[in-house]
Design a protein. Sequence first.
Length: 378
Amino acid sequence: MKNNILRHLLLCCAAVSAAVAFAQGLVICPSCGREGKTGDAVCSHCQAKMPGFRAEKPKAEPPPVDPKAERQGRVSALADQTVRENLKQMRELTDRQPAVAFYYAVNALAVRRLLPADFYPEQVSNEILNGHRQLLAKLNQGWKNCRTCEGHGKIRMRVEGRDGKVNEGPLKPCPKCGGKGKLRSTASVEQVVVALNQGSQEFTRQQMAAGAVRLGRIFVPADLPDLLTSRQKALVMTGAAHPCQSCQLTGRQTCSACKGTGETKCTQPDCVNGVIQEKKARGNRKITIDDKIIHECDKCVGTGFVNCLACRGTGGIPCRRCNGTGLSPECRRCAGTGIAACTKCRGTGEVRGTPCPDCKGELETLCPTCRGEGAIVR
């Protein structure tokens, strides 16, 4: 009986000691009974395995970061941001300021080249491309005064009386222009060039106010140029076609035959200001010269003017400087790519055992002739 009581007391004391030791972060060695600290693998006295020890799993080290992949990720993020902002501005300005919207489309097309072909849905890519084409066509559209009504929208009818004389009748809407006084036509070269220059100036002002920087003629975020390689810079700079200095993308110059009006005087014999006068005759006897039949000329429909044969009524002929392409000539040194082999290291990437200071080991630099534009400005 006494032994049982003593055993229970010992167990209680051991339990209390273990609880106190656990609270204090101590562990009792099952072999020698000495105290150890929580987390010890073995007893510091007898080297026996301590209870409750669990080996911690080594933490997995993060995979090494590829500097090139990290840089390309930042390039893609900035390029995507720029393209989306340009596309938004293009949509908003298409009706109000088509010339400014045109340059936003040009900028978006150039920066878009930094991204993979499948980065955007096909619908978005087509919107940028079609927007650029449609805006340029819109800038080339214009109006001209109707020759028939001289821009008034109405003409006075000619009525032949019983005595054979022609008298002026009431006013009626012009049949040629439908009473508008103007006709849809191709805008003159001067009008298009002025509109494009004004649009370029406004676009530049907006971009500089937004903190963008130039990369050739393209505006990009201030952080982007330092992340680009020479080939990527040339890719952006050649993404916008360099305009001909004479015709500014129109591909036309003013027709010298009609001086840009698109019309010349009617070449029909006896046509005077759109009217042909014929003498009346009865049998073999002619009436006096004042008694005449007056009718409109069939060739000019009474306007006195016909479409110019040299320009086919457009007012412009193909630009002699660019042969109608509207673009500056391609750089022969780089074949329009904007990239050339580094002349300092001759394509080796090193100069006397150190990285080339010009190409920084890329083996190529921007073409020194066209400065990466891919075209020669003359």
